[in-house]
Design a protein. Structure first.
Length: 422
């Protein structure tokens, strides 16, 4: 089902902060679409796809936050809404030559992308969950931004929704290099095929659930919504039959620079965070920073994370001279408020879990005691309200949305699991 393609050899070596040698061979702006929020009959339980998404996110990603999962599950309705078009992204101009592709809702989720238009070519940061999504973005770039070819694709980390579109860029007929940290290349080599297969194996049971929901529903609108999800999932299954894993062709340990007369792009590994290999892409001349999932507008996913190291990594990043934060999910930010709030939340949560562990508390006790109301970081700068507001703005849904506290409890579990991860 999945073939692996790597033009180069694995490996890496350390570079200083200002230079690197490539290994030789080696989407606060919500989507502005207002729709009704249909509700289930009184007493009915909201449909949950939690187990489905746990498998999609892969073994150690079982703790993906309810906030993130609810966003994907509930906001799917937007894709089937009357008046929606075929574009998968909303393109926003950030600065001269810099664009933010804010992913629209899809049954099989896509990440956002950062687009840097240089003198003669284009650099794209992150590649979505499937080749067809990357192909769609390529077409949209040509229509709305530039006809210059894509020369580099940067994978900020190894997760499936940021890398499975690499194949589309490799098949454009143009010279395209794929750049990532050495750690990300290793993780892709070790885990990408396994997690892709898990996602595929999980889709068919979910389709059957949707079909049963169609049979039981008396709402024409709900039936149409389910039918669209089935269509998208079946398309994903068909597409993944011919999927080829495209590994990075350029990897580095610490830093790598892409120089161009238009502007420079500085790629840096600042430390472990969301994964073992997160990189940040900085454009100093445009004061723009692409962060992948190490900093975004949803509650952080700590399933593959490093809770002790993550705040220190953000401390290193936040010293930089940037204004615009182009995160891997959710809307673009034009200041550091959300980045700081997320960093403080991870640090405080880790401290609370560590103290509870030393006190001999069980996981269930921790979940009961570590509440949103008890977390200073959630109250500071209105972070909890921001998360709730973002969820409500970007998530048309059937039935009640899961409360944010459930997300925090999932994060508690993941912090406990990964507390001493090195």
């Amino acid at each position: 089902m999945c073939k692996k393609k790597d033009k180069g050899q694995p490996g890496g070596h350390t570079h200083d902060q200002n230079h690197a040698h490539p290994h030789a061979d080696d989407g606060l702006y919500p989507n502005h679409h207002a729709h009704l929020h249909p509700q289930l009959p009184s007493g009915a339980k909201p449909t949950s796809r939690r187990d489905f998404f746990r498998v999609l996110m892969g073994g150690t990603l079982a703790g993906a936050s309810v906030m993130e999962l609810a966003y994907h599950r509930a906001a799917w309705a937007r894709a089937a809404a009357v008046g929606s078009d075929a574009r998968l992204f909303d393109l926003q101009k950030v600065a001269d030559g810099v664009f933010f592709a804010h992913a629209r809702v899809q049954a099989m989720i896509n990440c956002n992308a950062a687009i840097f238009v240089r003198s003669n070519d284009v650099v794209v940061v992150d590649a979505h969950s499937k080749p067809s999504a990357a192909t769609a973005l390529l077409a949209q770039i040509k229509r709305e931004v530039t006809t210059k070819p894509v020369r580099y694709v940067i994978n900020t980390h190894f997760h499936w929704d940021h890398t499975q579109g690499n194949q589309a860029y490799a098949q454009t007929g143009q010279k395209v290099d794929f750049i990532a940290t050495s750690a990300t290349k290793h993780l892709m080599s070790e885990l990408a095929e396994k997690r892709m297969k898990e996602s595929v194996d999980s889709v068919s049971p979910e389709i059957e659930k949707l079909r049963k929901r169609v049979e039981q529903s008396s709402s024409a609108e709900e039936k149409a919504w389910c039918a669209d999800q089935i269509r998208q999932m079946e398309a994903y299954l068909a597409e993944m039959k011919n999927y080829t894993l495209q590994l990075p062709t350029i990897s580095f340990d610490k830093s790598h620079v892409l120089n161009d007369p238009a502007f420079d792009l500085q790629l840096d590994f600042h430390g472990q965070a969301h994964t073992a290999g997160d990189l940040f892409v900085s454009c100093p001349q445009r004061r723009a920073l692409a962060t992948g999932d190490a900093s975004h507008c949803w509650l952080p996913n700590l399933g593959d994370g490093y809770p002790r190291a993550w705040p220190r990594t953000i401390d290193a990043v936040i010293k930089g001279d940037f204004k615009y934060v182009l995160g891997g999910h959710g809307p673009m930010q034009s200041d550091r408020t959300v980045m700081t709030s997320q960093r403080n939340y991870i640090e405080e949560l880790t401290e609370r879990v560590e103290a509870a562990k030393k006190a001999g508390q069980s996981l269930e006790e921790m979940k009961k005691r570590i509440t949103i109301a008890s977390l200073r970081s959630m109250q500071s700068n209105g972070y909890a309200e921001f998360l709730d507001r973002t969820l409500a703005a970007e998530s048309p849904h059937w039935g009640a949305m899961p409360p944010l506290q459930e997300s925090v409890s999932e994060n508690v579990r993941d912090v406990l699991t990964n507390l001493d991860k090195a």
